[in-house]
Design a protein around this ligand. Structure first.
Ligand SMILES: Nc1ncnc2c1ncn2[C@@H]1O[C@H](COP(=O)(O)OP(=O)(O)OP(=O)(O)O)[C@@H](O)[C@H]1O
Ligand SMILES: [Mg+2]
Ligand SMILES: [Zn+2]
Length: 507
C-alpha cells in the first residue's frame, strides 16, 4: 500500500490579523481574504502538488500527500503565500505518516498543540527609516497614498490593508455567500449586507447596535474524536454549515420585518471561521436573536454529529455574549468586552453542560464600578441558559405597560442593592432584609394592582422562586435577572412580535 502523509497547519492569531485594520470595512474584507485563501489559493496549490484536501477552512488546514517531502514543500509555499497575501503567520507542523487515520489525527493535533505552545520568537516587523507606516494598521510599510472611502481623507496604506478594503466589496460573493443563500433562498442581487455599523445603528432611535461573540464548546475534543479523515472532513463542513444556518434563521425573520432600509440584510458577520463567530446585529432584537441562534445551533449541530457518525451521546453546546452599545463605539473594544463576557459564559456552560449567554449594555455613562466579586448583591445575572433568556424576552412583553418612572425606580433600587455592605451591627444580608426590601414594597405599593401582580411575578420568576426575597445565590453572591431586563429594555423585543404590539398605554 502507498504511504500517505497528513499535513497539518493552522493560522496564528486570526483575530489579531483581522483586527489590525482600523475600519470595520477592512475587517470584513480581511475575512473575505481569509476565505479566498482557504478556498482558492490553497486549492490551486494543492492541485499542483497532487494533494487531497481534507480541511481548508477558517485558517485550519489538513491535507494528504504521498510523500513527506512534498508535504513539507507545500507547507513552505503555503506559509509564504499566507504571509504575502494576508500579512499573517501559519504554524506548520511535521507531516505525520498515516498508519491508522485515527492515530494520525490524534498525533497531528498533539504536534500542533506543542508547536503552538512552544512560543516561537516573534518576527520583527519590516522597518526602515524614512518610510511611511500604514495609517490603518500601524504595522505595514505604506505602499500607497490614497483615499479609500468617500468619508475619508488621503492616507498612507500598506498592501494588505489596501487589499482588505478592496476585498470588502465582494463579501457577498465569497465570505458571506453561503450565509446569503440560506437567508434569501434565492438570488436577489439588489439586497446586500451593510457596509458598516452605522447602517444598523440607524434602525434604532438612539443608534444602538449589538455585537455577538460566540464560540462552540469543546470543539477541539470533538475534532479529536474523529477516527477517519472522512469524518474529520464531514465534521468541519458540517460545523461551518450549521453555524451559518443557525445565524440565517433569526436573520430571515429580521429581513421580513419592514425595516427602514429594505435593501440591506440587517446583520453583518465580521468573523465566521472554525467554531468562532463575531457579528453585528440590530440592538432591538439582540437577546432574542442570540437565543434563537444558540437554540438552532444546538439542534442542528446534534443532528450534524449524528449524520457524521460521531458519538451520539455528545450534546453540542455554544457559549455567547452580547454587547449592546452605540453604533459609534469602537468595534475592537466591543469585541474585547465580548470576549471577557464569553469567559464567564464558558465557565457556566462547562459547569452546567448547557449553552449559555452573557450580556452587557454599555450606556456610555456608567462609572467604573467595583469588580463584582466584592459585591454581595449584584444587579444582574452572569450567564443565562437559553430558557432563562427566553423568560427575559417574555417578560419584556408581559411588562410592556409598566410606567417608565416605575421602571427607573426599580432599576435604581436594584443598583442600590449593589452598595449593600456590612455596616454597624448589620450584615449586608440583614440590610437587604430590613432596609432594601421595605423600599421595594414601597415601589410595589405605588403600582396599580394589575401591574403590581405582574412585577411581583417577574420578581419571583426572574429570581429564585424558592426564596422569600427572590435573590438567587451564585458563587456566594446574590443575583437577580430583573435589573438586566430593565437595563436591556429596548433590546429585548421578540422577533416574532411586531413592535406595535409593545406600544402600551402611556402614563
Ligand atoms: N474547521 C476546522 N477544522 C479543524 N479543526 C477545527 C476547525 N474549526 C475549529 N477547529 C478546532 O477547534 C478548536 C477550537 O478552539 P477553541 O479555543 O474554541 O477550543 P475548544 O475545544 O472549542 O474549547 P472551548 O470550549 O474552550 O471553546 C481548535 O482546536 C481548532 O483546531
Ligand atoms: Mg471553542
Ligand atoms: Zn496596513
Amino acid at each position: 500500500m502507498n504511504k500517505k502523509y497528513l499535513f497539518v497547519a493552522e493560522a496564528d492569531k486570526i483575530q489579531d490579523l483581522l483586527f489590525r485594520s482600523s475600519k470595520l470595512r477592512e475587517v470584513t474584507g480581511g475575512s473575505q481574504m481569509l476565505e479566498e485563501f482557504c478556498k482558492d489559493t490553497t486549492n490551486q496549490l494543492a492541485k499542483k502538488f497532487g494533494s487531497d484536501i481534507i480541511i481548508s477552512s477558517g485558517g485550519s488546514f489538513r491535507l494528504l500527500f504521498d510523500s513527506k517531502g512534498k508535504a513539507e514543500e507545500f507547507g513552505e509555499y503555503l506559509s509564504e503565500l499566507y504571509r504575502r497575501e494576508l500579512g499573517g503567520r501559519i504554524t506548520v507542523v511535521e507531516p505525520v505518516e498515516v498508519i491508522s487515520e485515527k492515530r494520525a489525527i490524534k498525533q497531528a493535533q498533539e504536534n500542533l498543540r506543542k508547536a503552538k505552545h512552544s512560543g516561537k520568537t516573534p518576527i520583527s516587523v519590516e522597518q526602515m527609516p524614512y518610510m511611511a507606516i500604514c495609517a490603518s494598521c500601524g504595522i505595514g510599510i505604506a505602499r500607497n497614498y490614497k483615499k479609500r472611502y468617500e468619508d475619508e481623507k488621503e492616507n498612507y496604506l500598506c498592501n494588505v490593508c489596501e487589499k482588505k478594503s478592496k476585498a470588502r466589496d465582494s463579501i457577498k460573493e465569497k465570505f458571506l455567500s453561503e450565509l446569503y443563500s440560506y437567508i434569501m433562498n434565492s438570488e436577489q442581487s439588489d439586497i446586500d449586507f451593510p457596509k458598516d455599523a452605522d447602517t444598523i445603528a440607524e434602525l434604532e432611535s438612539r443608534n444602538y447596535v449589538a455585537y455577538i461573540v460566540a464560540d462552540v464548546n469543546n470543539m477541539g475534543v470533538t475534532f479529536n474524536s474523529c477516527d477517519s479523515f472522512e469524518k474529520l472532513k464531514k465534521l468541519s463542513d458540517g460545523l461551518s454549515k450549521v453555524i451559518q444556518q443557525s445565524l440565517a434563521e433569526p436573520t430571515k425573520i429580521l429581513t421580513q420585518k419592514q425595516l427602514k432600509d429594505p435593501t440591506i440584510i440587517p446583520v453583518l458577520p465580521l468573523i465566521l471561521g472554525g467554531d468562532d463567530v463575531f457579528t453585528l446585529i440590530p440592538a432591538q432584537w439582540a437577546l432574542d436573536f442570540t437565543l434563537r441562534f444558540s437554540q438552532e445551533f444546538e439542534r442542528r449541530m446534534k443532528q450534524s454529529l449524528e449524520e457524521t457518525g460521531i458519538d451520539g451521546n455528545i450534546s453540542p453546546t455554544i457559549a455567547a455574549s452580547i454587547v449592546m452599545c452605540k453604533g459609534k463605539f469602537p468595534y475592537l473594544l466591543a469585541h474585547d468586552i465580548g470576549e471577557e463576557l464569553l469567559e464567564v459564559a464558558k465557565k457556566s456552560s462547562k459547569e452546567n453542560k448547557k449553552s449559555t449567554i452573557s450580556l452587557k449594555v454599555i450606556s456610555g455613562n456608567e462609572i467604573v464600578k467595583a469588580p463584582d466579586e466584592k459585591k454581595k448583591f449584584v444587579a444582574g445575572f452572569p450567564a443565562y441558559s437559553i430558557e432563562e433568556l427566553k423568560k427575559l424576552v417574555e417578560y419584556r412583553f408581559e411588562l410592556k405597560d409598566l410606567p417608565g418612572t416605575r421602571r427607573a425606580q426599580l432599576e435604581a433600587l436594584f443598583h442600590k442593592a449593589e452598595d449593600l455592605q456590612e455596616e454597624n451591627s448589620r450584615t449586608a444580608y440583614q440590610r437587604m432584609q430590613y432596609e432594601w426590601l421595605p423600599e421595594m414594597e414601597g415601589i410595589l405599593k405605588r403600582l396599580e394592582k394589575n401591574q403590581r401582580d405582574k412585577v411581583k411575578k417577574a420578581l419571583k420568576e426572574l429570581g429564585d422562586e424558592k426564596r422569600e426575597d427572590n435573590w438567587q445565590i451564585i458563587d456566594g453572591s446574590y443575583h437577580h435577572k430583573l435589573p438586566d431586563l430593565l437595563l436591556a429594555w429596548d433590546f429585548a423585543y421578540d422577533l416574532e412580535r411586531d413592535l406595535s404590539e409593545y406600544e402600551g398605554v402611556e402614563e
